[in-house]
Design a protein around this ligand. Structure first.
Ligand SMILES: [Zn+2]
Length: 213
């Protein structure tokens, strides 16, 4: 049973622009009831987030899993949480969040059942190339594939359950990406100044809970 067919979702593939606008209107009314001063008295006058949240682009989670409201967290979502200094978005995001917005926490939050991780775990990355429509995605996932090949023996030795293997790889990926983040000059300098702390978390898509990685 899909969430769309059970009306769990707000919108669907069938939704048109008018549906999006109507949904936005309902959301505004909800925000007015739940957080009457938030948009008008705070967000309208600028942002001062305390945390940079780096998540996977997966649709099932975002910074809201920390119970925050708009204005608290600056967010960057990147497929499978891949962080590379050669990526201009990465460098710009870190510079803006840390040096301009002055966040004092950076969270790298991976998740269970990650499509990027699962693609490499099931040796399906090559099929992306064969499809002819996902060449960039194939190249992008090289980083996750390297992680998989580096750790597959220890992961397979721990469990034969594919879901658990995926979870373990997601944890290893968070550790890898967090470690890489710590080497980027903007982060390194802020850490040296004592301005930020950098956490690694894993979000469980089936429970909504995060654990420290
Ligand atoms: Zn993911």
């Amino acid at each position: 049973m899909s969430p769309a067919s059970t009306n769990v979702f707000t919108l669907s593939h069938q939704s048109k622009l008018a549906d999006l606008l109507a949904a936005n209107e309902r959301w505004c009314e909800h925000m007015e009831e739940e957080h009457p001063r938030l948009l008008r008295d705070y967000n309208a006058h600028g942002q001062s987030p305390h945390t940079l949240f780096i998540g996977c682009s997966d649709s099932r989670y975002n910074e809201a899993c920390l119970g925050v409201v708009p204005g608290e967290i600056f967010t960057w979502k990147t497929i499978a949480n891949v962080i590379t200094e050669s990526d201009a978005t990465c460098r710009a995001t870190l510079e803006f969040a840390i040096n301009v917005l002055k966040v004092n926490k950076v969270v790298v939050c991976g998740h269970t059942d990650c499509g990027g991780i699962n693609t490499c775990l099931s040796n399906k990355r090559e099929s992306l190339l064969e499809s002819g429509t996902c060449n960039s995605l194939h190249a992008y996932l090289q980083d996750v594939d390297d992680l998989y090949h580096e750790h597959k023996q220890e992961v397979f030795a721990q469990t034969s359950d594919v879901k658990e293997q995926s979870r373990l790889l997601s944890k290893l990926n968070v550790q890898k990406q967090r470690g890489r983040l710590l080497e980027i000059s903007t982060v390194k300098d802020a850490l040296a100044r004592g301005d930020i702390e950098v956490y690694g978390l894993l979000y469980d898509v089936g429970t909504g809970r995060v654990e420290v990685v």
